[in-house]
Design a protein around this ligand. Structure first.
Ligand SMILES: [Zn+2]
Ligand SMILES: [Zn+2]
Length: 361
């Protein structure tokens, strides 16, 4: 089958790879749609260090074509969305209602038994987040999939796997944004635009979108931003000016850049929350003022996968989509075939798309 492989740092290639059958507790999914996410790029360029070579992709939807022994949650023919974190139901975190931190999540790409189902010319490959779904097929743990309504288009469903779950979850779960509150979103890619929709859904009265790219700010307005700030001007001063000098109740950092994290911190009001969603470089750090940290009483919240329980939150998000309260199609700027995947990454890096999506036959 064809798969997008990060062969080594900054070297992406569509390769013909071998995929073994699912073992116990695993399923094979014929991919129909898979998103191109900034986290894939971060693995490809070393921002997030991972053992390479690796098949990229962690946001996708498809059809189950084979199940291994012991799989009971899905069957052949089911339409499914992949979650890049499993919900094993048994580890400490799953048992304590924090399944987004399930210990079986292995971003380095081996299955639960430590082996891989993927090979390239005899060499074992990792699968990003145990999914590796930028490929025609993926063998994944059954604990990472959920069956969905067959009427939902795969392209829309795929986005719920990462961007939408993360963005809406950051707003609704991690920060717990209340009705009539004020919100600032730093970074309006797929996750940021989903967060803007989440803020609109929970009834925020003011949603300030911040980005360097005017095309992204246009998307932001379409999805519910009440104010747009080009970050080339001082975004903290702009947010303060838009909130009567106070700062926002909740700020969200979606870029992974320490300087932007510090801006998001500064843009929150005293006692407000600062939610860090963007994934930064391992070697970088955000600076906090040792005096103001206590004195301003802001809450800094790390956010992984929107603090979501995908078994509950994915069906809820898809129900909102079916009720036309959540726009998923609108997030898709452009689609590509798998052969065009490297082009999709170039477009992502250039900031051309809200979301680029690979579609499979
Ligand atoms: Zn992602
Ligand atoms: Zn678990």
């Amino acid at each position: 089958m064809k798969a997008l492989v990060a062969l080594e740092l900054n070297r992406l290639s569509v390769e013909e790879v071998d995929l073994a059958s699912p073992r116990a507790g695993e399923v094979r999914v014929r991919m129909k749609a898979a998103g191109v996410c900034h986290s894939d790029l971060s693995v490809a360029n070393g921002t997030v260090p991972m053992p390479l070579p690796m098949v990229l992709g962690h946001e996708g939807a498809g059809v189950v074509t084979e199940v291994g022994p012991g799989v009971t949650n899905v069957k052949v023919g089911d339409h499914v969305v992949l979650s890049f974190v499993p919900n094993c139901g048994e580890c400490w975190f799953c048992a304590h209602k924090e399944p987004h931190l399930c210990v079986h999540c292995d971003a380095a790409g081996r299955m639960w038994d430590g082996t891989s189902r993927l090979q390239l010319r005899g060499q074992e490959l990792g699968a990003m987040s145990q999914l590796g779904c930028l490929a025609q097929f993926a063998v994944v743990p059954a604990a990472n999939v959920i069956a969905i309504d067959r009427s939902i288009p795969f392209a829309s469903a795929a986005l719920v796997g990462c961007a939408v779950m993360t963005g809406v979850g950051a707003v609704a779960n991690t920060a717990g944004v209340e009705p009539a509150s004020t919100v600032a979103i730093f970074g309006c890619g797929g996750v940021g635009l989903a967060a803007i929709q989440g803020a609109r859904l929970v009834g925020a009265k003011q949603i300030i979108a911040i980005d360097l790219a005017d095309n992204k700010l246009e998307y932001a307005r379409r999805f519910g931003a009440t104010d747009c700030v080009n970050a080339s001007e001082d975004p903290v001063a702009a947010v303060k000016a838009l909130t009567g000098g106070l700062g926002v109740d909740h700020s969200f950092e979606m870029t992974g850049r320490p300087a932007v994290m510090e801006q998001a911190y500064a843009a929150a009001r005293r006692g407000g929350s600062v939610c860090i969603v963007g994934v930064g470089r391992y070697t970088e750090a955000m600076q906090l003022n040792a005096l103001l940290l206590a004195g301003e009483a802001k809450r800094i919240l790390g956010c992984f996968y929107g603090n979501s329980n995908f078994r509950v939150d994915m069906p809820n998000l898809l129900a909102l989509y079916q009720a036309k309260r959540l726009d998923l199609e609108g997030l898709i700027t452009r689609t590509y075939g798998i052969e065009e995947a490297p082009r999709a990454f170039a477009d992502l890096e250039a900031g051309r798309n809200a979301r680029g999506l690979i579609l499979f036959d």
